[in-house]
Write a protein that binds this ligand. Structure first.
Ligand code: FMN
Length: 254
């Protein structure tokens, strides 16, 4: 049994490579969260070196009965000791975790990266996935090790975040006149925080996971980051994942 969270498909692609029918966290969040299996895993992106808020809530509220629990954390540039932070989270929620590994993929963080450039970098995703799938199959016990440089990177990130406005990463988006009200943004949002009412896009920033699914999947590129972007013309979805799969994973307003 494998759970995943995704905004732009990287984590879903990785999850599908590990298990045939992974389960979307946004789709099970509001059900009874008791799970029993031989292996139970979570694949999720890291935001600021940690798992998304919804994944934390899921881990906090779920009860996992298994003798092998694992986490795969997808990221694009710097994991900042994500495995150690995830281990702390597991400890806090009473989850006995056997294996945590990060997986370097395309970085979808538009503020810092140009998607056209990111796509060109060979991050050896398949060979990383090969190791991960073999480790999980063999029930390897290993929490990826973390260096002081990683820990310092996270410390620095927290210090920088302190200096930013409190809503810098919640009130993220603006909708431009290019919007044709197709409603795709409302369907790809895992937290159901976007609605269209009479040709107006309404965005409830309180529930926003900052996954950027709306911005990356908008066919008109009509949603933009308020904080600025490296390249507002370039958007990203994992090449192996369709828009329909993102909708199936995330849609709340069915
Ligand atoms: C809000 C936000 C914060 C992010 N923070 C980090 C980070 O701290 N380090 C990093 O290497 N990548 C970071 N990323 C990149 C994602 O972790 C990476 O692209 C991930 O594979 C996306 O997974 P998904 O396609 O399943 O949504 C961030 C992305 C977003 C949207």
């Amino acid at each position: 049994m494998l759970f995943y969270f995704t905004g732009t498909g990287n984590s879903l692609y990785a999850a599908k490579r590990i298990e045939e029918n992974p389960i979307s966290i946004p789709q099970v969040m509001h059900q009874e969260l008791n799970f029993k299996d031989e292996r139970i895993g979570i694949v999720a992106p890291i935001y600021g070196h940690e798992v998304p808020t919804m994944v934390k809530e899921f881990m906090k509220n779920a009860h996992f009965e298994t003798d092998y629990f694992y986490m795969i954390l997808t990221y694009g540039n710097r994991h900042g000791g994500a495995s150690e932070l995830a281990k702390k989270l597991c400890d806090e929620y009473g989850i006995k975790v056997n294996y945590i590994q990060t997986l370097l993929m395309v970085d979808n963080f538009l503020l810092a990266f140009d998607m056209d450039e990111q796509r060109k970098i060979d991050k050896q995703i398949d060979s990383q996935l090969q190791k991960i799938t073999t480790d999980i199959k063999n029930k390897i016990d290993e929490i990826q090790s973390v260096t002081d440089i990683d820990r310092d990177a996270h410390k620095q990130f927290l210090e920088n975040r302190e200096k930013m406005p409190a809503d810098a990463f919640t009130n993220l988006y603006k909708v431009t006149e290019a919007c044709v009200h197709c409603g795709i943004c409302t369907k790809v949002c895992p937290a159901g925080c976007i609605h269209i009412e009479r040709d107006k896009v309404l965005y409830d920033s309180d529930k926003c996971q900052s996954c950027m699914a709306c911005i990356h999947n908008c066919p008109q590129k009509a949603i933009q980051l308020l904080l600025g972007e490296k390249n507002s013309k370039a958007r990203y979805r994992n090449e192996h994942i369709t828009l329909q799969e993102i909708i199936k994973a995330n849609q709340q307003n069915k």
